[in-house]
Write a protein of this length. Structure first.
Lengths: 330, 503
């Protein structure tokens, strides 16, 4: 990041903190609700963005995150309601995500199908399967994941409620941000992953098995989206409904791009997009504007379009050089 | 120390329809430099890919350090001490030098890449071999010569005792090339063996201990620099005696045909590629544009042929301002273009030879009338081109993709020359084609000049520039360093200008 951009970022952050403080002084409960909603929405986006970035850093576009969310949410919900265990449901969600990641890898890396088409297949399959098998009578008897207070941290006004009094999968996501960051930028795996996304030929000539690593990464990344699905069904909502991922898998890709394919950048972007979602919810709840709710509901997506367009203008965001290209040896 | 560092024994490798290597044997001893010489398609690259484990031979063996081995991939070759510097660098541009060097064999500490240790090892290596480098620079910021150095260090980091270099001097200025040859010679003093692949005769004589010449997949000669000469090597490569230098008369320049004034052109990334260019080309003269590739040559050619519009400046062809003209408007003025990338811009591979022969004027009479192509006229024209320009093809109906590089190029030249032309833009007109075709095309270009065509010749081959040009402009970093008369030009002088050095 250039120094000027950094200054701009810090200035923006400072302004934001002041504004939040002002709002909090004016209306504490409302502000807390919006910010808590922000973190809630951001968690799913962050998981999707991490899934996307591991794929893209290795050179594979994953537009199937939406489908991965949806089918994993379905698997998590179904297993949890059958076993009565949220933990088992979460494991099932992650397992389903891994399986879908593996399917994407098999198509896009193994069979060298066009990556966009492979991702689209996942999305369509997920929507069809979940709609068909969805059983309305099922429910989570034991309820969804509940908040856990992190000791004295949870007692800090505003910040405590927003960040330190959250359900378990949110904490897990925050921990994963750190893990993925270190793995991508400090570990041997990360260095090789970035190399195969930029110049697979170079990696091949030093003995790195490009296809194998891409296969592994895309599968592994699916697990993150699977966790996202479990989060959606078992923590955020507490039930399953048709097409409940609601475009957030695509939003996660915007978040990933805006966050420059880094975990922390993506989380910052996810908070921003999450904020628009939370704000929209709050507007609808309070009926702030006297217009049809569909228009208010558009807010996050309108902001996405504006931000993605603007981020193109801000520039200096280069895609991995080999993104979207199938690798042929030799 | 082993007797033989690396050898191919009776290696045969077939590709569909091609016998790329036919019973080829070579051997490399410690401390020696073996030059592999041959034209494009002679089988050099196939052979080294076999030695490096990229291809498995159909028959024959690879011997490394007196031991017959079976290589299953490059990592096999690397672990046995074979290092390769590819013609197209295998580096990850947005990563740092040190990361590129250790990639695949990263030192670790507590499960993470130990960059400090890696940096130490790189610095130690670069000091030991006198290959200075900034380990923390991003590869994409380095000049080509430095990137090559990174490639060599990459091999040395893996404890290579054989270095295979594929056309390593193609992207260097003459001085950089000389420097590289010096570095390689020093490396052999530590017992390293080097396989040096090239088609440049001068370099072979300057650096090699042993020379192996390949033609059509076979070894056609083994010799040493003291036993041969440039013409001797050329004869071995081609299989008959060749004229390396086409004779030419003194130019008789006429009116200005192409005039370029303060031309500024951006590259694909929107950065300035040509920065205020001024020059003119007259009828009946050849202006050669010399320079290391990537200094604005592509943008210059594209700007003049209408494929790219300049951001600032004027370009006049035959007195008409055409800086924002379309390729067709420019072609109509009598401009012929031999493009740099013949596969991409020269021919349409799936079209027939006949269709390719009229790509520049299929829309005009007599080749089409009211939008309908006249196939018989086109075929007749194609036959004329094929005859006159010696294009070797079974018929004019076969797709252009079935032609060899040299024949494709002759087809392009034939197409461009079969109309009256005032200006010829020739970009790398003989890249990657056989010596016979090179000679032919050089003659034709000189013929055009003598007929009064203005010629702009852009080439990375300094010999070509020196052999054909009447005046030479040297392009460096988007600027013309100097324009000199061909009589006053020599490699040394142009080489310095190519590196951006003026006295």
């Amino acid at each position: 990041m250039k120094p000027q951009q950094k200054q701009l970022l810090y200035a923006g952050l400072a302004v934001m903190l002041v504004v939040i403080w002002l709002f909090y002084s004016a209306d504490g409960p409302q502000t807390t609700a919006v910010l808590a909603g922000t973190v809630r929405a951001a968690t799913l986006l962050a998981l999707g963005a991490m899934c996307g970035m591991i794929g893209e850093r290795s050179g594979v576009v994953n537009i199937g995150i939406e489908g991965q969310f949806l089918l994993s949410a379905f698997a998590a919900f179904t297993v949890a309601s059958m076993t009565g265990s949220l933990f088992m449901g979460t494991v099932a969600g992650i397992g389903m995500g891994l399986m879908m990641g593996w399917m994407l890898a098999a198509m896009a890396v193994g069979l060298k199908v066009d990556q966009i088409i492979a991702g689209t297949v996942l999305n369509i399959a997920a929507l069809g399967l979940t709609s068909f098998f969805y059983d309305r009578s099922r429910s989570l008897g034991m309820g969804k994941y509940t908040n856990i207070d992190l000791g004295p941290l949870a007692d800090i006004p505003l910040v405590g409620t927003v960040f330190f009094s959250r359900p378990p999968l949110t904490y897990l996501t925050m921990a994963l941000l750190v893990v993925v960051h270190i793995a991508l930028f400090r570990s041997v795996w990360g260095m090789r992953t970035r190399a195969i996304g930029e110049h697979p030929g170079a990696a091949d000539t030093v003995g790195i098995d490009v296809l194998k690593l891409r296969y592994f990464n895309v599968t592994l990344a699916g697990g993150l989206a699977g966790l996202g699905g479990a989060y959606l069904a078992l923590e955020a909502v507490g039930t399953f409904s048709r097409a409940m991922s609601g475009g957030r898998g695509f939003l996660a890709l915007a978040v990933m791009i805006f966050g420059r394919r880094t975990p922390f950048g993506a989380y910052a972007a996810a908070l921003f997009f999450g904020f628009t979602t939370a704000l929209q919810n709050q507007f609808q709840l309070n009926n702030t504007f006297d217009i049809p709710p569909q228009f208010v509901g558009m807010l996050p997506f309108v902001v996405t379009i504006i931000v993605v367009a603007l981020s193109g203008l801000v520039g200096s965001m280069r895609d991995p050089a080999a993104l979207g290209q199938n690798y042929e040896k030799g | 120390m082993s007797e033989i560092l690396l050898a191919a024994q009776n290696v045969t490798k077939r590709f569909p329809g091609v016998l790329a290597n036919d019973d080829v044997s070579i051997r490399l001893r410690p401390g020696r430099i073996l030059a592999l010489l041959g034209e494009n398609g002679a089988g050099k690259s196939t052979l080294v890919n076999v030695l490096f484990g990229m291809y498995r031979p159909d028959s024959g063996q690879v011997v490394i350090k007196d031991e017959t081995v079976e290589l299953h991939g490059p990592d096999d070759a690397i672990s046995r001490g074979i290092g390769m510097v590819h013609q197209h660098f295998q580096l990850v541009p947005p990563m740092r030098v040190v990361e590129n060097i250790v990639l695949g064999e990263e030192p670790t500490k507590r499960g993470l890449v130990d960059l400090d240790e890696a940096r130490n090892r790189v610095v130690e290596l670069s000091e030991r071999y006198g290959l200075e480098i900034d380990p923390d620079a991003l590869v994409e910021d380095l000049p080509v010569g430095m990137q090559q150095r990174v490639e060599i260090l990459k091999a040395l980091y893996r404890n290579a005792d054989v270095l295979i270099l594929d056309e390593p001097t193609g992207v260097l200025t003459p001085q950089e090339a000389d420097h590289l040859l010096g570095v390689l010679r020093e490396l052999t003093e530590t017992g390293l063996g080097i396989v040096f692949i090239t088609h440049k005769l001068r370099e072979v004589l300057a650096i090699a201990d042993d020379i192996v010449v390949l033609r059509n997949g076979q070894v056609v000669g083994e010799t040493t620099p003291s036993q041969t000469s440039e013409s001797g090597l050329a004869e071995m490569m081609v299989g008959r005696s060749v004229v390396l230098q086409v004779e030419k008369s003194i130019a008789d320049p006429g009116d200005v045909v192409l005039k370029v004034n303060e031309l500024e052109v951006n590259d694909d990334r929107g950065q300035i590629a040509l920065d205020g260019l001024n020059f003119e080309v007259r009828a009946g003269e050849i202006l050669g544009v010399a320079g290391v590739e990537g200094n604005g040559q592509r943008e210059l050619v594209e700007a003049i042929t209408g494929l790219r519009h300049p951001s600032v400046g004027l370009m006049e062809i035959d007195g008409e301002e055409l800086s924002s003209g379309s390729p067709r408007q420019i072609t109509k003025k009598g401009v012929a273009h031999i493009p740099e990338d013949r596969e991409k811009h020269g021919v349409v591979a799936v079209y027939s030879v006949a269709e390719n022969s009229v790509l520049n004027r299929y829309h005009r009479r007599p080749f089409s009338i009211r939008g309908i192509l006249r196939r018989d006229v086109i075929r007749g024209h194609a036959r004329d081109v094929v005859d006159e320009f010696d294009v070797r093809t079974p018929s004019v109906s076969v797709p252009a993709s079935s032609l060899s590089g040299g024949n494709k190029q002759k087809l392009i030249v034939g197409r461009e020359f079969s109309d009256e032309i005032k200006l010829l833009i020739a970009a790398q007109p003989t890249r990657g084609i056989d010596i016979g075709a090179i000679e032919f095309i050089h003659r034709r270009i000189l013929e055009q000049r003598d007929k009064g065509t203005a010629v702009l010749l852009v080439s990375a081959e300094l010999d070509e520039i020196l052999g054909l040009s009447d005046r030479i402009a040297v392009l460096y970093d988007g600027k013309i360093m100097d324009v000199i008369d061909a009589q006053d030009a020599d490699r040394e002088k142009i080489g310095l200008l190519m590196a951006g050095i003026t006295d």
